[in-house]
Ligand binder design. Structure first.
Ligand SMILES: [Cu+2]
Length: 187
């Protein structure tokens, strides 16, 4: 057996470097860190029903944002001027007068107030301003509210009420009179 050759074959020539790497792709956006917040729930569409013999029609969209729940309420068929609007505690619009929706949604046990005031119910949306043609829109973001199932500050499974009169901020519920529109906030 011949002595082991000391000559090892030359390493194969290293292959030509590939002519050119294709232009580097844009880096992928960094993946969300594992502890990222759970995604915000999808927006909720609410159909408003006429109550107390009104001709109200309309809808609302509720969307969870970083700043709270954004409520966009559009109604038609009611008298011009301001009309109180609130989230009420029960997602039940079954009664003709809307009272099945219960009281203002007030998980913090506060006094009634106007939105953005320091003392207010979480469900206080203020007033929707109705034009001469009977139509109006309210857009407001309520800090501290969410749309999560079962959360104590959630607007889910509650109701939006539009009142016959202006919410003047007075106690206990703003002197806004009867309930002329109601819509259940549900998925
Ligand atoms: Cu109300």
């Amino acid at each position: 057996m011949p002595a082991a050759s000391t000559s090892t074959p030359p390493p194969p020539e290293s292959p030509e470097p590939a002519a050119k790497e294709p232009a580097a792709k844009e880096p992928e956006p960094e993946a969300e860190p594992e502890a990222a917040k759970e995604p915000a729930p999808a927006p909720i569409e609410v159909t408003m029903e006429a109550k107390s013999g009104s001709k109200l029609a309309g809808k609302a969209t509720l969307e969870e944002t970083a700043d709270g729940v954004k409520v966009t309420l559009s109604v038609s068929g009611i008298s011009p001027g301001p009309h109180g609007a609130h989230v009420h505690e029960k997602g039940d619009c079954s009664s003709p007068d809307g009272k099945s929706a219960g009281d203002h949604f007030n998980p913090g046990g506060h006094k009634h107030g106007m939105p953005h005031g320091s003392e207010r119910h979480l469900g206080d949306l203020g007033n929707i301003e109705i034009a001469a043609n009977g139509e109006g829109k309210l857009e407001i973001t309520i800090a501290g509210a969410n749309l999560k199932p079962g959360d104590k500050s959630s607007f889910l499974d509650r109701a939006i009420i539009v009142h016959e009169k202006k919410d003047d901020g007075g106690q206990p519920v703003g002197n806004a009179g009867g309930r002329i529109g109601c819509g259940v906030i549900k998925r």
